[in-house]
Ligand binder design. Structure first.
Ligand SMILES: Cc1cc2nc3c(=O)[nH]c(=O)nc-3n(C[C@H](O)[C@H](O)[C@H](O)COP(=O)(O)OP(=O)(O)OC[C@H]3O[C@@H](n4cnc5c(N)ncnc54)[C@H](O)[C@@H]3O)c2cc1C
Length: 304
């Protein structure tokens, strides 16, 4: 089995960006991609310079075409199901049963969003159920916006999102857990609080029409901001011994190095700032540092 320089698990924005840096450094790289990026349901991606308002898949397609122009890069549609450290580097196995070996490994695997169990919410995710006002707030500015959260998070989100619209409603989805000071802030910001459990996000093709509460009341809306729970998209980082923080994000240095020598991580799986631009930037940094590490290893072998 031929040993590659780097296997990149995850061929979306972070993985493709790292591949470009490595391909331009003449490194033999294999990208293995399961093809489920976080923003796959979003019609248009925003806030990424030069591609503002483009469909997310178009941005990724252009990136893939550009990196595949480098002859040392290969891209496979598959899913990595296991990764182990060997005495020569790493071996990964894929769902299709194919093993591959490399000197270094980059996890660019994104994350999985665990949404509140509200009927219809998953269908609206990325369309009118939104995670980030910088990505999608401008498009719903001044409209009827809901915030689905409770406690400190609710106040944090309301304080931020009121910049985009003053027509805000807070849905605590159960009894509010707000301090008197927080209640006072919401009153002064004219944000009504809806406490009954939200039963359904009624929508047309992902565009919300209203929220239906358990008591039968309906609340017409144009968008709902939600902060999902972040889960790992696969157990690879844990299998390899990479340390993660309390938010399920892999701990990395500024340049994407994990605590396991030779294993890097980039993109959503290792940063709280979820944006295409951040994933691309982190991918570039990881790619450059992977090449540097490979170069230093080779020179050390020559006792240089
Ligand atoms: C609903 C939504 C809308 C968004 N809208 C915007 C926006 O408008 N503008 C913006 O800048 N940002 C937006 N974002 C954020 C942006 O999508 C992410 O920051 C970006 O996708 C992160 O890139 P990534 O490469 O780290 O991960 P992802 O793009 O999530 O890609 C990870 C890739 O790794 C693959 N993978 C995972 N495990 C394996 C495995 N075991 N084997 C092989 N492949 C694997 C996945 O299938 C996927 O293809 C949005 C996010 C969400 C959730």
């Amino acid at each position: 089995m031929k040993q590659l320089d780097v296997i990149i698990v995850g061929g979306s924005y972070a993985g493709l960006s790292a591949a470009m840096a490595l391909g331009r450094a003449l490194r033999h790289v294999l990208i293995i991609n399961a093809g489920e990026p976080a923003n796959r349901q979003t019609p248009y991606a925003h806030n990424f310079l030069t591609h503002d308002g483009q469909p997310p898949a178009v941005i990724a397609d252009i990136a893939r075409q550009q990196i595949l122009a480098y002859p040392t890069i290969t891209f496979k549609n598959d899913s990595v199901v296991g990764a182990v450290q060997t005495d020569r580097g790493f071996e990964v196995t894929t769902k299709s049963g194919q093993p591959y070996q490399s000197r270094k490994l980059l996890l660019a695997t994104g994350v999985v969003d665990q949404l509140p169990a509200i009927d219809g919410l998953a269908d609206c995710w990325g369309i009118s159920a939104l995670h980030c006002p910088y990505c999608h707030g401008y498009e719903v500015a001044g409209q009827r916006i809901g915030v689905l959260a409770n406690g400190d998070l609710a106040v944090e989100m309301v304080r931020l999102i009121q910049q985009w619209s003053k027509q805000l409603t807070l849905f605590t989805n159960g009894p509010a857990t707000l301090t008197p000071d927080q209640l006072d802030q919401l009153t002064r910001l004219n944000v009504p609080i809806v406490e009954p459990t939200v039963r359904q996000m009624v929508h047309r093709q992902g565009y919300v029409q209203h929220l239906l509460a358990d008591d039968g009341t309906t609340y017409p809306l144009d968008a709902l901001f939600v902060r999902p729970i972040i889960a790992k998209s696969n157990p690879l980082a844990d299998q390899l011994g990479c340390v993660s923080n309390g938010m399920n994000l892999i701990e990395v240095t500024e340049f994407g190095q994990t605590n396991v020598v030779g294993v890097y991580a980039a993109g959503d799986n290792s940063t709280m700032l979820r944006a295409v631009s951040a994933a691309v930037a982190n991918g570039t940094k990881a790619g450059a540092f992977l090449n540097r590490e490979l170069t230093e290893n080779d020179l050390a072998f020559l006792a240089l």
